[in-house]
Design a protein around this ligand. Structure first.
Ligand SMILES: *[C@@H]1O[C@H](CO)[C@@H](O)[C@H](O)[C@H]1NC(C)=O
Ligand SMILES: *[C@@H]1O[C@H](CO)[C@@H](O)[C@H](O)[C@H]1NC(C)=O
Ligand SMILES: *[C@@H]1O[C@H](CO)[C@@H](O)[C@H](O)[C@H]1NC(C)=O
Length: 350
């Protein structure tokens, strides 16, 4: 009796469902056929934007570091169909915003547009390098309207990674560990704080260094190699507020190891990641004491595993590419104030 009632109500739900699908189908077709015919002929439109439906035209003044990627293909949640991006400079006079990637234009002022700026056009300054590696910032004084960088106080915030709520789609288990400390580094400057810290630390603990001038490691093997280590040296090349790069997000977090960070202050890191997800070099009076602490942790698995507690609630996102960053710009530009200017970029970017 009960089962019969249930199956009847399932039938009803099914009919309602079919009706809904039909209505949605009608609405969808109606709206597509009312649009410009060029859009209808392109079946992959749902994630694509096109210049005809866009109310915002964004010009990439250069491809960042010359690397090309498909434009106007923004995946959720960064899709914005009302935005049209192009790298074709003939759009300059019609563009609502022009994005300048700092390292591609900073060699000379003549790399910037030499013809007047159309009224109302935003000039967006984009940079993911730290101030220490961003020459000629003064070129940008009194030119820029909006900033786009890893700094969280940028108009368009484009960090190297972030944490998102763990939705139980991603279950984390600590990879099997057979080694202690590793570091992958290519830019070896003996005078840098990070190399000096390493030189002192390695007197007290074994550290395997990979990269140019060190142990060989193919790019595609990085994660597998690092994941075998309990700790990873996420040492930044320079120390600046919010400057937390793929050395933390990709190398350490994505490999399932515990980062030892050298960069901005612990307080600054804690704005982005849980306090118990990393070890900061400043937590110890000297590299020796840090090494001693790691050797202790090596003997105490329970304590070591606590560095992974946050993983039940949070999941690291590190696959941030150019595409995502420029897609974010489109979304932010739609919300930008109608007037904004940054008198001195060089004073702000320190
Ligand atoms: C740039 O756009 C113009 C005008 O739409 C077009 O004539 C030209 O072929 C484009 N250039 C490139 C390299 O796509
Ligand atoms: C992850 O773990 C939760 C809780 O133990 C479980 O309900 C869920 O099905 C797991 N997800 C996957 C993809 O294994
Ligand atoms: C952008 O900044 C320039 C230079 O400060 C200024 O002249 C222009 O009015 C600003 N435009 C917008 C749309 O804010």
């Amino acid at each position: 009796m009960k089962a019969e009632q249930q199956s009847k109500s399932y039938q009803q739900y099914f009919i309602i469902f079919i009706l809904q699908v039909f209505v949605v189908f009608l609405i969808f077709n109606y709206s597509t056929f009312n649009k410009d015919s060029t859009i209808v002929s392109d079946c992959s439109t749902s994630l694509l934007s096109s210049q005809t439906e866009a109310d915002l035209i964004v010009l990439l003044w250069t491809w960042p570091f010359g690397s090309r990627f498909p434009l106007n293909q923004c995946a959720k949640p960064f899709n914005d169909p009302r935005c049209f991006m192009t790298a074709n400079r003939t759009w300059y006079n019609r563009a609502n915003a022009v994005i300048f990637h700092h390292r591609d234009v900073c060699s000379s002022k003549t790399q910037m547009p030499q013809i007047p700026r159309p009224e109302g056009q935003y000039w967006v300054w984009f940079n993911l390098e730290s101030p220490s590696h961003s020459p000629n910032l003064g070129f940008m004084d009194n030119l820029i309207n909006l900033t786009m960088s890893y700094r969280s106080d940028s108009d368009i915030f484009t960090p190297y990674g972030w944490l998102q709520k763990n939705d139980l789609v991603h279950n984390f288990t600590i990879p099997k560990k057979s080694k202690l400390v590793s570091w992958v580094v290519s830019n070896w400057n003996p005078h840098s704080k990070r190399v000096q810290f390493y030189e002192e630390m390695k007197k007290h603990i074994t550290i395997d260094v990979y990269g140019q001038f060190h142990l060989p490691l193919a790019r595609q093997d990085i994660h597998t190699a690092i994941s075998k280590y309990k700790f990873y040296l996420s040492f930044e090349n320079s120390l600046h507020k919010d400057y937390i790069t793929e050395k933390l997000w990709k190398n350490a977090f994505k490999s399932g190891t515990v980062p030892i960070v050298l960069g901005s202050t612990r307080e600054n890191y804690e704005r982005f990641i849980p306090s118990d997800s990393f070890i900061h070099v400043d937590d110890f009076p000297s590299p020796k004491e840090l090494a001693d602490y790691l050797l202790d942790l090596d003997k105490n698995n329970q304590k070591y595993e606590q560095y992974f507690n946050w993983r039940s609630k949070l999941w690291p996102v590190a696959e941030v590419d150019w595409n995502i960053n420029y897609c974010k710009a489109c979304i932010a530009l739609h919300k930008a104030p109608s007037y904004r200017s940054l008198p001195s970029l060089s004073k702000w970017y320190t």
